[in-house]
Ligand binder design. Structure first.
Ligand code: ADP
Ligand code: NA
Length: 329
């Protein structure tokens, strides 16, 4: 039985990319692993947040995760700021990781854009905190979307340097678990961008709490091209938006791309989109309904997160205590 760690930022609302790229895998992994799932609010404040909204969205996303099938009784679900071990180990890792390593992180370059002078230093060291999130639990498997691959390589580099510097085999290697078919769900408005909570256009993503009409509208307005659906996957080359919608449909109906194309080859995107809307609603409406039930009892959600934090701390505190002892504290 492996220990799994993964996290999601409680900024905005969990979306279809989070679900297909990460959360659906988390749900499956619960059967045969010990799982630690975290709402990473320390990561969230690397960009400006409204404090009231951040607290609300932490609860909201906890409700969504439980509605998706995360079991907070059998596994651990909590918010990061409640367990100080994350910040303590992150500081040590700030002093282990090299400036040059972080300078090469493509997500930082994307998020910082041209105006590097103006971004928080937290955004720059975000990957060190992510490494601490995982290593504080001695987790070995990390189910994520493809956008996190580089950060996980960095987390291994940090562990290796720590072990080397202090002459120990303390932090284990970690392995990313990335689902090939849905590793990168793209924006509905721009096939070159990944679907993200930080995209300024709400039309670019399906939020897991979107109602039936909103889902239908967003899919009908989703960008495509005038060509019909092709017979084979090769016919989707260079057609990022078309490929994305076909990929989403395949994931929603549990089929391979080839099977979807066999069904829709020659059809235009109009009729295909109607089927996609149906599939999305069939899958997401029950998740949304369950999330709304949970949100009606915020005190209960808070209790779940507090209990999760106590269990998380019981694992992480001794590990980070030992890391501090190795450093010489
Ligand atoms: P966001 O970028 O939307 O804020 P997070 O940083 O909270 O998402 O990521 C939570 C998890 O969801 C991570 O494992 C991440 O790799 C995955 N993920 C995020 N966006 C996508 C996407 N568009 N496609 C697939 N996986 C994604
Ligand atoms: Na992300």
């Amino acid at each position: 039985m492996a220990r799994i760690f993964s996290g999601i930022q409680p900024t905005g609302i969990a979306h279809l990319g989070n679900y297909l790229g990460a959360v659906q895998n988390w749900v499956k992994l619960q059967d045969s692993n010990e799982c630690v799932f975290c709402l990473v609010d320390l990561h969230a404040i690397t960009v400006a947040q409204n404090p009231v909204l951040l607290r609300d969205q932490t609860r909201l996303n906890a409700a969504i995760l439980i509605a998706c099938g995360i079991d907070p009784d059998k596994h651990i679900l909590f918010h990061q700021s409640a367990v100080h071990a994350h910040a303590r180990l992150a500081w040590i890792f700030n002093c282990v990781a090299r400036f040059g390593w972080l300078s090469r992180m493509t997500q930082f370059k994307d998020k910082a854009g041209k105006d590097r002078e103006a971004v928080s230093t937290g955004l720059f060291v975000y990957p060190n905190l992510m490494a601490a999130d995982i290593h504080a639990y001695h987790a070995t498997q990390v189910p994520v979307g493809d956008d996190q691959r580089q950060h996980l390589e960095l987390a291994n580099d940090i562990a290796e340097k720590f072990n080397h510097d202090f002459g120990v085999e303390f932090f284990p290697r970690i392995e990313p678990l990335i689902l090939p078919e849905t590793a990168r769900v793209m924006s509905l408005r721009d096939g070159a961008k990944k679907m993200s909570k930080s995209d300024t256009s709400d039309q670019s993503r399906i939020n897991l709490t979107d109602d039936v009409d909103t889902i239908a509208l967003k899919i009908r307005r989703a960008k495509t091209d005038p060509e019909p659906l092709p017979e084979t996957a090769e016919g989707l080359a260079g057609r990022a938006e078309a490929a994305n919608l076909v990929g989403i449909y395949a994931a929603m109906t549990g089929q391979k791309t080839a099977a979807v194309l066999a069904e829709f080859a020659g059809s235009g995107f109009g009729p295909f989109k109607e089927k996609l809307v149906e599939a999305l609603i069939a899958h997401l409406a029950p998740i949304n309904a369950r999330a709304q039930e949970l949100l009606a009892e915020p005190a209960h959600l808070d209790q779940i997160l507090q209990a999760g934090a106590r269990r998380a701390a019981a694992i992480a505190n001794p590990i980070v205590d030992e890391a501090e002892r190795l450093v010489g504290f």
